[in-house]
Structures are given as C-alpha cells and as structure tokens.
Design a protein around this ligand. Sequence first.
Ligand SMILES: NC(=O)c1ccc[n+]([C@@H]2O[C@H](COP(=O)([O-])OP(=O)(O)OC[C@H]3O[C@@H](n4cnc5c(N)ncnc54)[C@H](O)[C@@H]3O)[C@@H](O)[C@H]2O)c1
Length: 323
Amino acid sequence: MDNRSWMDGTVASLARVPFPIIISLGFLLFRFSLLWVAVSSGIISGKEKKLRVLQGINTPVLLVRGMRLTDKVAIVTGGGSGIGEAICEKFAHEGAKIVVADIDAERAETVAGKVKTIGQKTLPHKVDVADYAQVAKLVQATTDEFGTIDILVNCAGYSEFIPTEELPLDKWRRMIDVNLNGTYYCCIATAKEMMKKNHGKIINVSSMAGIAGVPNNAHYVASKHGVVGLTRALAIDLAKYHINVNCLCPGTTLTPLNLKIMSPEYLAIRAKRVPLGRLAQPEDQANATLFLASSESDYVTGLIMYVDGGMYSLFSGYASSQP
Ligand SMILES: NC(=O)c1ccc[n+]([C@@H]2O[C@H](COP(=O)([O-])OP(=O)(O)OC[C@H]3O[C@@H](n4cnc5c(N)ncnc54)[C@H](O)[C@@H]3O)[C@@H](O)[C@H]2O)c1
C-alpha cells in the first residue's frame, strides 16, 4: 500500500466515526493539555490532581451520553410525594440510581415503580427520618444494594398552621424531630459513607419560612431556620471531604402538602403576589436540585438557593401569608 492510499483509507475510516465522539475526544485532549500545563507549572497537585483527572475523563463521557448523574446513587427522603417525587424522576432521567425513602411505604413503592419505568435501578425504603436507628438502616440498605452513596436530598418534611397560643408541645417536638433532627440524622449518617470516598453532594430542603417568619407556623419556621443554619455549618465542616452541602428554599409549590393546608382561593391570591406571576411546580424545584447534585455545582457549597419566582426580593413578600 503506498502512502497516498494509506492516507485515503485512514481519512475514510475517520469519516465513519460519529461526530460527537470526535468532538469528545478533541475535548478530552484539550482538557488533558490544560491539566498537564496546570500540573507541570505546580498550580495543582496531590489529591486535587486526581480529582481533576477524573473530572477531565468524566466531562466528555457526559457530553456523549447527555446525562448529568450517570451511575450516581441518590437517596431522596420524602421521595414519595411532591417535590421529592419530582426530584426522583428528574434524577432518574439524568441516569441516577434512586433510593426512594419515605415514611409512606406505599408512596415509596409507587415512585420507585416510576423510576423503574424510566429505566433506572431503584430501592423503595420505608423510613421515619426522625428516628436515627431507622436512618442508619436506610444508609445500610443503600450501601448493601448499590455499594455507595453519592447524593442525599433531605426532602422529607411537613407543615401545618396552628396559632402559637394553641401550639401543643408534642406538635412542636414532632415538627423539630422530623424537619430539623431528621435532616441532621440523614446528613451525618450519609456523610460518613461519603467521607470514605472524599466526595458527595447533600441538598437540604428548607423553605422561604427558613429565612422569614410566617404567621401561625412557629414550629415550622423554627425547624426550617434550623435547616438553613445546619446547612451553613455542615458546608464548612464537610468541605475538607469534598462534600458539598447546599440548601434549597422553595417558594410556594403546588404539591399535595400545600393542597392539603391551603385553600385553592388562598393559593390563587399567593400566586398573584409572585413576581414571576405563578406558583412553583415541583419540577421547578427538581431542576434547581439537579444543579446542586451535579458536578456543575462542584465549587458551590453553603448556598441558600431561593427558588421562589422572586418572592425573596419582594420586600414584605410574606406579609399576610395566613391561609
Ligand atoms: N410545597 C411547598 O410549597 C414547599 C415550600 C417550601 C418548602 N417545602 C418543603 O419541601 C419538602 C417537601 O414538601 P412537599 O410539598 O413535596 O410535601 P409532600 O407532603 O408532597 O411530600 C413530603 C413527603 O415527605 C414524607 N415524609 C413526611 N414525614 C416524613 C418522615 N418523618 N420520614 C420520612 N418521610 C416523611 C411524606 O410521606 C411525603 O411523601 C418539605 O420539607 C417541605 O417543608 C415545600
């Protein structure tokens, strides 16, 4: 074979390689040359170098597959309904294996069924997050099934409106136990697994009631303020393990929780106050959570993210928010 026909053959075979693969290989080469410059000039070293090499390989793979959570293992507490359910579905579409953890076993099964239909592996698991022993079992069941935990979304929670003068202590305690203690239990139990591999993403779900007062909702407001503080504290303490801890603060979102505690008339009034002109859909919250769970947010930790259609920016947005 002369030189010319050899070249013609090579060009012809290259032309048969799918375009996205050529682009990805080019991108991979480009990333490695940048990495080589950074390493040889001493800008990065040690553990950081290993992490960057993995990211360098990962990015083109994700570009080809078009998924942002390929093969990640995610626990979603409160995954059986509303925002948690939307997060389970969104993450499954992005390639994650999902542990649907909920106190309502039937709902957890139903959502796990949807995840299976999307084509992802899943494990429904009944848990009361207010009980540390149950949370420890959830973590064990997850590692037994999938070997690791990459992402935790603390979405389990509830709200109710009771005037402070009438709020019984047991209702105060249960609210703090579920919304705040439950979030803490899941964070520490899961972080212990994430520390082993020096990587992880934790997303706590607070509320706009985590940054402002709401009438007749003292126990909820206190629990959600606690979640904001906990997020900031853990973001600092877990940063050395490359575990990102961020917080989602949803504005009023159309979920079974709100449809139970707010009348349709009141929801309509609330929608009119939102600068973007509508209440949130669970998917709006899932989209923001996806960013916090993906590698796109690797340099983001301790963020309190308002997904509220602009309500936080509206002075006194929560005035007269009584149902
Ligand atoms: N919907 C909103 O407008 C809104 C606004 C701000 C914050 N949030 C927060 O978002 C989260 C999800 O709310 P949602 O509106 O999707 O509610 P939802 O009621 O639709 O879903 C909550 C899920 O959590 C589960 N759960 C409750 N207690 C639990 C426990 N002890 N252990 C395990 N699972 C438990 C429920 O069974 C349910 O499946 C909550 O933390 C809520 O406070 C919601």
